[in-house]
Ligand binder design. Structure first.
Ligand code: SAM
Length: 299
């Protein structure tokens, strides 16, 4: 149990140090807060995903704190060593290469272990690419779902997307440039035509925010000279565009056609396949609409 050790927390918090989770810039070195500079200067150890990478930032601000590596390959062992240091009274800051530790980056494990050991964890807020992309996207930001990186292989990616069909929130993904077009094609196929945004190289020299329908963004990045480059965040609207192909191919309810085939004795898989053929749409598209219809039917 995470907080069962309340006694240990009271005891430790009197003598132990603190674990700071410090957000750092996602490109522009000016995006480090005054508080982050102070904390990184005052702690005893800065645990970095890549010490050489973070040294550039520390050097820029004249911070001379000792650094150690803390990355996905040594996370488990190093987290134990860092906790031992904190228990002995040292303060430790954890940073990743860019943005907020724990957001598609190492950080979660050491935070979890520190809490289990009854130690104090303090966040030092700052940049994270997903929030910058979301707030500049112009898509609804009151409710959103961050899905991290989609799977690299199309089959796994499409099945992950099928899980997201019924989520009635703006969707945010991280994506690698060489997979962007293939991913957006799958997104359009499984989630339907939607408004979307690709926010590229945020806070950097070549920052670019491309807005449009999924099909328009796919054709933009498929043109010679527009090949996707750099780091990017994909933001997808919560709803299918009314009147787009997906909506107009048929106004018939997929659920009712599937139900009629099931009533004739077909198993759910075959019923879906036959319904898709009847509607002239792909099985994935039929599945997307079926899931969406069923989620709308839920009270
Ligand atoms: N911890 C980071 C954060 O808080 O955003 C994310 C780290 S994750 C390993 C790296 C991914 O974040 C990139 O592949 C890209 O999708 C996104 N990203 C990071 N910096 C970015 C930037 N400047 N512009 C757009 N996307 C960025």
């Amino acid at each position: 149990m995470l907080f069962a050790n309340f006694g240990a927390w009271c005891q430790n918090s009197r003598m132990a140090g603190t674990l700071y989770v410090v957000s750092t810039p996602i490109g522009n070195l000016e995006d480090l807060t005054y508080r982050a500079v102070r904390v990184l200067s005052e702690v005893d150890i800065v645990a970095c995903e890549d010490t050489r990478h973070s040294q550039k930032l520390l050097h820029h601000y004249g911070i001379k704190t000792k650094t150690v590596s803390y990355h996905e390959h040594n996370e488990r062992d190093r987290a134990g060593e860092l906790l031992a240091s904190i228990k002995s009274g040292l303060d430790v800051a954890v940073v990743s290469d860019a943005g907020t530790p724990g957001i598609s980056d190492p950080g979660f494990r050491v935070v979890r272990m520190a809490l289990e050991a009854g130690l104090q964890v303090v966040p030092i807020p700052g940049p994270t690419a997903l929030v910058s992309a979301l707030v500049a996207s112009g898509l609804p930001s009151d409710e959103f779902f961050f899905a991290g990186f989609l799977p690299a292989r199309s089959g796994a990616r499409r099945s992950r997307l099928a899980d997201l069909v019924a989520i009635p929130s703006t969707l945010v993904f991280y994506e690698a440039p060489h997979r962007l077009v293939a991913s957006l094609v799958d997104v359009r196929e499984i989630l339907g035509e939607r408004e979307a945004v690709v926010a590229r190289e945020l806070t950097k020299l070549h920052e670019e925010i491309v807005r449009g329908r999924l099909s328009e963004i796919v054709s933009w990045f498929s043109q010679a000279g527009h090949e996707p480059r750099g780091e990017m965040v994909v933001v997808i609207d919560r709803k299918v565009i009314a009147g787009s192909d997906e909506e107009t191919k048929s106004s018939e309810s997929v659920a009712s056609i599937v139900a009629s085939f099931e009533a004739e004795g077909l198993d759910p898989r075959s019923a879906l396949k036959k319904s898709a053929r009847q509607l002239g749409i792909s099985r994935d598209e039929a599945y997307r609409r079926l899931t969406a219809e069923r989620s709308r039917e839920k009270p």
